[in-house]
Design a protein around this ligand. Structure first.
Ligand code: GLU
Length: 324
């Protein structure tokens, strides 16, 4: 049984249950994570992502980390990080290693950008949002692509540098494919569908794509489990991993929770706060959303331990490959 600093006893109990259920040896190399942006409190939608990543880590007998993605200064809500960590703990999920914050790791992002610069893979871009929108509107009218048209690829033409972009390969070589453990085979042509993408923004903030790739690599993440709203970012991340010479983790994107209007549940769309005093009903709802067949509904579970034992076994049954 692997044990790490801060490993919660609930997780250990659940892992034992799952290991017994699946007769799998623990995968001590497995490292997964939940990476919330502290833009508000945890809600039913973000709980699904947290639970899925936690169950996958426990079902493998691996390590589960929490990383606070607080590089987007303007969107960060003071105190939300602590609130998320506290709420996760009340729901029975604790990071196996000390929680890291992206805001304290910007030197890693600078190093990665410098490495890409030395390799000639990035260029400064002087386009304003309006210029890009105008050129995309023209492209649309001509039924061509909606990707960034590469205006500054050959130089700034007198404009001043605002953002840094990563050069993507030409169309013929820009197809990135991967097998998502939930969604199946995915393919995206970066040249056609995305274009050269931003790694450092015009407002000086690090882009999510760069920070997430650098952190997943630096933390040795082997399995990414997160919401399907990020499925579309994955090809960019895989390409960036190749440019930086770091491994590509395996990916599993769970369906996002939507509201009555079909919008992704978020603070902006009025997601209700979770009741930290009564975690089981919300956990059961999250497990149901994940399609897990559990023995009981909420009143049947007397403890978080009992819930996690069943949930890890059900996840394991569905998502952890059995050895013959
Ligand atoms: N911080 C991102 C979010 O909250 C998630 C990043 C990830 O899991 O890759 O949407």
């Amino acid at each position: 049984m692997p044990s790490g600093p801060g490993r919660g006893t609930r997780g250990v109990t659940g892992t034992q249950a799952a290991n017994e259920a699946s007769a799998q040896p623990p995968d001590t190399r497995y490292r997964g994570r939940f990476a919330p942006s502290p833009t508000g409190r945890l809600h039913a939608g973000s709980l699904v992502g947290a639970l899925a990543s936690y169950l996958d880590a426990r079902a493998h007998g691996g390590t589960w980390l929490v990383r606070i993605e607080d590089i987007d200064g303007p969107r960060t809500v003071p105190g939300a990080d602590q609130d998320i960590i506290r709420t996760l703990a009340r729901f029975g999920m604790q990071s196996d290693e000390p929680v890291v914050r992206q805001s304290a790791r910007t030197s890693l992002y600078s190093e990665a950008l410098a490495q890409l610069d030395r390799a000639g893979l990035i260029y400064p871009c002087g386009c304003t949002r309006k210029e890009i929108a105008d050129s995309l509107a023209n492209a649309h009218a001509r039924h061509t692509t909606l990707a960034y048209p590469g205006t500054c690829r050959q130089g700034l033409h007198g404009k001043s540098a605002r953002a840094w972009r990563l050069r993507v390969p030409d169309q013929a070589d820009a197809s990135i494919a991967f097998d998502d453990r939930w969604q199946g085979r995915q393919t995206q042509n970066l040249a056609l569908e995305v274009g050269d993408f931003v790694l450092k923004r015009a407002d000086g903030q690090w882009a999510y794509q760069l920070a997430v790739v650098v952190d997943d690599a630096e933390q040795g993440i082997t399995h990414v489990v997160r919401g399907a709203d990020l499925l579309d970012s994955t090809a960019r991340q895989i390409y960036l991993q190749r440019c930086l010479g770091v491994p590509t983790p395996s990916y599993l994107h769970v369906p996002v929770v939507t509201d009555a209007q079909g919008e992704k549940l978020s603070k902006q769309t009025g997601a209700r706060e979770l009741d930290a005093e009564a975690p089981l009903p919300a956990l059961l709802a999250a497990a149901t959303h994940l399609g897990l067949a559990l023995k009981y509904d909420a009143p049947g579970y007397r403890s978080l331990d009992a819930f996690y034992g069943d949930a890890i076994a059900a996840w394991s049954e569905r998502f952890v490959q059995r050895q013959a």
